[in-house]
Design a protein around this ligand. Structure first.
Ligand SMILES: NC(=O)C1=CN([C@@H]2O[C@H](COP(=O)(O)OP(=O)(O)OC[C@H]3O[C@@H](n4cnc5c(N)ncnc54)[C@H](OP(=O)(O)O)[C@@H]3O)[C@@H](O)[C@H]2O)C=CC1
Ligand SMILES: CC(=O)C(=O)O
Ligand SMILES: [Mg+2]
Length: 759
């Protein structure tokens, strides 16, 4: 990675952020039951009289609460809003978006259920009393955004009176990630712990915890100068002091941050935006290490720091720069490990081992599966990659086992895990498949932005998707429509289209229309079309015009379908664009289920595929799977499994398997088999000759109707997120959304079009 990549390019506007929080169900969280609640019997089991039995069992043996209730997997995110990010004391209510955010991050990254609790008091004792009796409800307490010094008192007291982990994230989460990054940066710059001089600006929750941890890991006390709003904390200072700051006072002559920075090796910023100036950076030691961690804006931006010191290693708290020091790398996984061994606390040994695990991960070679999570680059341990990114899928299997092991070693684990290797494997299944898949797609496109035609540019949700596409720096969004109509709708909806990355194209006055009509006529002249028919199609049909732009190289990809049926759009597109040579056009639907991603094909084109077509469908779908980072295991699905029950409807599928044998394809495939055998390894074990090495992840359906019915049922009944059908096999990338799709769906499909699944 170099200077070009310094900014990763994910920017969001205030308007987008507000809309994101407001749309649909306001906020970011909902609670869903884990047991059926459909019948009278369900209710009798779930509530009265069924609850009586677990109540009595728990009263007799409190540890049974972990068996009969959600307690063991629920963490409360609790705050009083007194230090919301770096925004200050804005109170309990205003902090709720951040706390909901922390809760969803718990779920997203480590499958920990979490609920936010905003307690409306600034008084530590009242706060402590509000929390101390909540122990029975939760497996752990994550304190968040509570200002210093109250946070120290609150955490200490709650740890004493509660028998579940209490962890102030801004202290320890931040410290763990900062320590991990620091030790990697010191390794890269050949520094020795004993000679490293650290200046930490910010003597609050994060600052005190950061320097305590790095001192515990070996940096001498006298090498660290802690600063706050009054400047360096020297021995004898009286103004603005408290006992936690005093513990870090050093004998020094420096009286300002600027003086402290002169010759410093390391800067830790956990204060406010802009606190570090370029002049201060200039005065640092060679190859300085700068962690500007204030959120949402750092003490200095990487651009500003690098402008004066090219040799600096810079980290920030933000996701749009390399080296993000953010406690999101820590708290979900630390609690995951602690909950899984039912730890009674999160102690220093567990924190140190978490830091070591994070640091070690950044030094490892990045395997193929992971490379795409890194903004499309394969990062290599170095100045721009000292810490893994939050989307690194290895974090879930690397950090919790380290934490669980440390809990067991330090005697705080109430339910030890005997096989940590097996535990690590189980953990990877907890990853959220949707986010990883889309992250890979977005990262790759951002690295190589594309010009994408949004064929229905007059629709409001299409305009919104186009703007997000441009804001996400995925490329240029080309809106097709009549200028007046587009602008009128935009104005009415309060959308400003006059911004970089948005182009408007009106088919009627395009200088390219004649070329497009010529192209179309060459293709359709022997299919009953006159030249004037082609001119009319180009001028009047947005899908034809948009597809022509893509076919003739004026755009890279196209998205459509909001206003017309899938099959009609596909028919239009195929008038203009051929299948890729040697390929077959099919539809692949991605089904993102709770614990796995499954591709289903063909969900768009072939009504009753013959064996040859089925074999092609398997090849196309497995190509798409690989492009999405999934190593394909293809199952040809039927009502029968390996010949039983007999019936000629499965013949095609059996023949397709034989065809693939002859084609010597390089992916796993097997069939015919029933869906449960394909997806359940226990059932598959009854067929020891089955060549799949695990449950199938690409399901080739015997017919279009089966494919369509099953994906829709998965969505409605199984709670899966369904994406697609995605078109693969076309010579140029086009994706079609479902009729009436919302802007977020259009955006995702536009990103997938730009990603070009078929290439
Ligand atoms: N990247 C990450 O993962 C994390 C980042 N942070 C960020 O760290 C910052 C502090 O958070 P937190 O410790 O929880 O907050 P606290 O309120 O507990 O502490 C803030 C500290 O910053 C000091 N400070 C404020 N302004 C300045 C300034 N201009 N110069 C020097 N010191 C200053 C305060 O000084 P005084 O004591 O004199 O008032 C105080 O010591 C926030 O920006 C937060 O977003 C926090 C946690 C995680
Ligand atoms: C990241 C975080 O917790 C903070 O900035 O407060
Ligand atoms: Mg915080």
């Amino acid at each position: 990675m170099g200077q070009d990549n310094i900014k990763n390019g994910v920017t969001v506007t205030d308007e987008e952020a507000l809309k994101f929080h407001q749309q649909g169900r306001p906020g970011k969280l909902e609670i869903v039951p884990t047991k059926p609640m459909a019948t009278q019997r369900d209710l009798s089991l779930a509530y009265s009289p069924g609850v009586a039995a677990p109540v009595r069992a728990i009263a007799e043996d409190p540890s049974r609460a972990f068996d009969y209730t959600a307690r063991g997997n629920v963490v409360a995110v609790i705050t009083n809003g007194s230090a919301i990010l770096g925004l200050g004391n804005l109170g309990a209510l205003a902090s709720k978006p951040v706390m909901e955010g922390k809760s969803v991050l718990f779920k997203r990254f480590a499958d920990v259920d979490s609920i936010d609790l905003e307690i409306d008091t600034q008084d530590p004792d009242t706060f402590i009393n509000a929390v101390r009796y909540l122990g029975p409800s939760f497996g752990g307490i994550n304190l968040e955004d509570i200002k210093a010094p109250e946070c120290f008192i609150i955490e200490q007291k709650l740890k004493e009176v509660m028998d579940i982990p209490v962890f102030h994230d801004d202290q320890h989460g931040t410290a763990i990630i900062a320590a991990a990054g620091l030790f990697n940066a010191m390794h890269l710059t050949g520094r020795d712990l004993k000679d490293t001089k650290v200046v930490c600006n910010g003597a609050g929750a994060a600052g005190i915890a950061c320097i305590e941890l790095v001192k515990a890991m070996g940096i001498p006390h006298e090498n660290v100068i802690l600063c706050d709003t009054k400047g360096p904390i020297y021995q004898g200072r009286e103004e603005g002091m408290n006992q936690w700051k005093s513990a870090h006072a050093v004998p020094t002559e420096v009286r300002s941050l600027a003086e402290a920075m002169d010759g410093a090796d390391v800067f830790f910023g956990v204060s406010v935006k802009g606190a570090l100036t370029p002049e201060m950076v200039k005065s640092m030691a060679p190859s300085p290490i700068i962690f500007a961690m204030a959120n949402p804006d750092p003490e200095i931006t990487p651009e500003e720091a690098h402008a004066v010191r090219e040799d600096a290693i810079v980290a920030t708290g933000r996701s749009d720069y390399p080296n993000q020091v953010n406690n999101v790398l820590g708290f979900p996984y630390i609690f995951r490990g602690a909950l899984d061994v039912r730890a009674t606390e999160i102690n220093d040994h567990m924190k140190v081992e978490a830091a070591r695990a994070i640091a070690a991960l950044a030094r490892e070679d990045v395997p193929d599966e992971v490379a795409n999570a890194y903004q499309g680059n394969r990062p290599k341990f170095g100045p721009d990659y000292i810490i893994p990114v939050p989307f690194d899928p290895r974090l879930i299997s690397a950090i919790p086992p380290a934490v669980a092991k440390a809990a067991m070693e330090s005697g705080v684990a109430q339910r030890p895990i005997l096989d940590l290797a097996d535990y690590a494997q189980q953990l990877s299944a907890r990853r959220d498949p949707l986010a990883s898949t889309l992250q890979r797609v977005y990262s790759k496109v951002r690295r190589n932005p594309k010009r994408v035609v949004f064929a229905e540019g007059e629709e409001e949700q299409v305009m919104r998707a186009a703007i997000s596409f441009a804001n996400e720096e995925l490329g240029t969004a080309i809106l097709i429509g009549r200028d007046d109509d587009v602008r009128r709708t935009a104005q009415k909806a309060g959308i400003d289209l006059n911004r970089p990355g948005i182009e408007l194209v009106n088919a009627r006055n395009s200088t390219r229309s004649e070329d497009y009509a010529d192209h179309l006529f060459r293709r359709l002249q022997r299919k009953g079309y006159l030249y004037r028919d082609c001119v009319r199609l180009v001028n009047n049909d947005r899908n034809i015009f948009g597809a022509s732009m893509v076919a003739m190289g004026d755009a890279d990809a196209m998205i459509s379908g909001v206003t017309r049926n899938y099959s009609i759009v596909l028919e239009d597109v195929q008038k203009v664009i051929d299948p890729r040579p040697g390929h077959r056009v099919i539809g692949v639907t991605i089904s993102l289920c709770k614990d796995r991603t499954v591709l289903v094909a063909d969900t768009a084109v072939h009504d009753m595929p013959n064996s040859e077509e089925l074999a092609d469908i398997a090849e196309e779908a497995s190509g798409a799977a690989r492009k999405l980072g999934i190593e394909p295991r293809v199952a040809f699905l039927a009502y029968s499994t390996f010949g039983h029950p007999e019936g000629e409807r499965s013949d095609n599928l059996r023949d397709a398997v034989k065809l693939l044998d002859r084609r010597r394809v390089d992916f796993e495939y097997e069939g015919e088999m029933a869906a449960d055998v394909a997806l359940n390894s226990d059932l598959m074990a009854a067929y020891p000759f089955c060549r799949l090495s695990g449950p199938a992840n690409v399901l080739v359906m015997p017919a279009f109707h089966a494919a369509s019915i099953s994906t829709k049922m998965l969505q409605e009944l199984g709670g899966s997120t369904i994406m697609g059908p995605l078109l693969v096999g076309l010579d140029k990338p086009v994706q079609i959304v479902s009729l009436g799709a919302r802007d977020s769906e259009i955006l995702n499909m536009a990103a997938l079009a730009a990603y070009n699944l078929g290439a």
